[in-house]
Design a binder for this molecule. Structure first.
Ligand code: SF4
Length: 169
């Protein structure tokens, strides 16, 4: 795909994660039209279509958090209690102000938490500050507590992030 200078420069002004999303979208659309050159109009259309919802009106946010939960437990839990506790700023979320955003909610990917490091890394680009390990990883009830929680916690902390063990218990 040949990128013209003007749209290329326009796209390069965006943050890295936005840049790659716009490029992929534009290239897909152009291929569908059996063309191989990208114009400024294509670039703007791609941005409008896919990422404009996430741009502009950015308020300063104190904390951006993500929740990691157990892959096995996720088969029986849609995560309602984690979200309720966060929305009401209760239990392990009680220290946060109303300007705190939840920017990620994902399962660990199965033992020994194989997806955690990769997804945390990708959220750092979006301003992630703190990761909560869901209460399901610590409870000893229908499922045993996670035997890998220490490695998971250390791998997140090694990226310079704060880790909180718990969400709604
Ligand atoms: S690593 Fe821990 S949290 Fe992830 S599936 Fe295994 S037991 Fe569950």
């Amino acid at each position: 795909m040949k990128w013209m200078l003007e749209p290329f420069n326009e796209t390069e002004k965006r943050p890295l994660y936005v840049r790659s999303m716009v490029k992929k979208t534009v290239e897909k659309d152009i291929k569908a039209q059996v063309r191989n050159e990208e114009t400024l109009k294509d670039g703007r259309k791609g941005r409008e279509k896919n990422i404009s919802f996430a741009e502009g009106n950015e308020k300063p946010v104190q904390e951006k958090i993500a929740i990691v939960r157990c892959e096995t437990v996720s088969e029986v839990c849609p995560g309602v209690a984690c979200f309720k506790a966060f929305n009401k700023k209760k239990l392990h979320f009680k220290e946060y102000g109303n300007d705190t955003e939840i920017i990620g909610f994902f399962t660990c990917g199965g033992c020994p938490g194989r997806r955690v490091s990769r997804l945390v890394k990708s959220l750092i680009k979006h301003g992630l500050t703190t990761v909560h390990l869901s209460s399901c990883m610590m409870l000893d009830s229908d499922y045993p507590p996670c035997p890998h929680i220490e490695e998971i916690r250390k791998s997140i902390e090694s990226k310079g992030l704060k880790v909180v063990q718990g969400t709604h218990h």
